[in-house]
Design a protein around this ligand. Sequence first.
Ligand SMILES: *Cc1c(COP(=O)(O)O)cnc(C)c1O
Length: 388
Amino acid sequence: MSDKRLATIAVRTGIDSDSQYHAVVPPIYLTSTYSFPAFGEVPQYDYSRSGNPTRNTLADALSELEGGAGGVVTSCGTAAMNLLVTALLGPDDLIVAPHDCYGGTYRLFNTRANKGDFKVEFVDQSDQEALAAALAKKPKLIWVETPSNPLVRVVDIAALCQQAKEVGCLVAVDNTFLSPLLQQPISLGADFVVHSTTKYLNGHSDVVGGVLISKDAEMAETIAWWANCIGATGAPFDAYLTLRGLRTLAPRMRMHEENGVAVLEYLQQQAMVGTIYHPSLPSHPGHDIAKRQQKGFGSMMSFEFAGSQAQLEVFVKELKLFSLAESLGGTESLIAHPSSMTHRAMSDEAQAEAGISTSLLRLSVGLEDPRDLVADLEQAFHLAAEAH
Ligand SMILES: *Cc1c(COP(=O)(O)O)cnc(C)c1O
């Protein structure tokens, strides 16, 4: 592990490492293949599916930020999740996942389990009885997503890892909502960390990518072998853009949080807002855990719109600075309606069980001036209140 602080690692990754021309910013290697120095002499890199210097620079940076032994940069976050379950699980193995996980995670695990690739159980991980019952079945892997999407529910990573270890179960944490700046699951006992780098790590909504980081060096090698075997690795150009985005991660996360506080304070005073979901609120379940295990509360939040569906549609349509779009963690603010967008792959029953109502709206607070964001919400609520 590095003795450097996280912001420094994020900024300095690969800087001044070019031995040929001494370029300060590392060059991008778009090549698909590499020449062998001599007959039968295998070079460090031979083919870009298995290895690429630009992609490896990013993988090493993310692994260092998470305190892991090694990582694989994948074509998207979903590919990182698929890589892990492919490498780890057989038909008799059980994975225990949260009942309110990311919609695509639910779809992936559910579909592959239905094909017989492995077994899956979705449980409310804050329900100690349900969790203990699931652990009694000796799962091979527990999947954790905290804070969760879209209700930002918090799971106690250290406590869960302790319980998992007792039954010989591995733990993977999807850390997409916070980034390693605000939460480091491996330091809390997790074996794997997954990110959709599409979100805060790249941070500019112009790349789809992912990473799977392992705590254990031998496991990191096994995972890298599988990534090459199934072709899950990401493109060098995407890795280059993500490295560029990563350099500003620390200041971006600070501003995302600052703007998030401004929006949250406004929402708390707004009549057309019901329950607000954000780990910073003392009333939020898991607030105390979040205070302990996170270095910040993050800027993802959701709330119940207290009005008719017609009014909700007016509100969303009238917003000028919150684009109606899936995804999150970019410089621009976004609003999503989980039940018809990110979580539409879940059945109505599964949505109800996960607590996702049709009046739920999710905000990804961006880096615009917070006064403009609040003014935009204000005018849209005003027009929604007038509509019927
Ligand atoms: C977006 C997202 C994913 C999936 O990542 P992709 O890059 O879209 O494949 C997984 N988990 C969470 C929490 C996400 O927000």
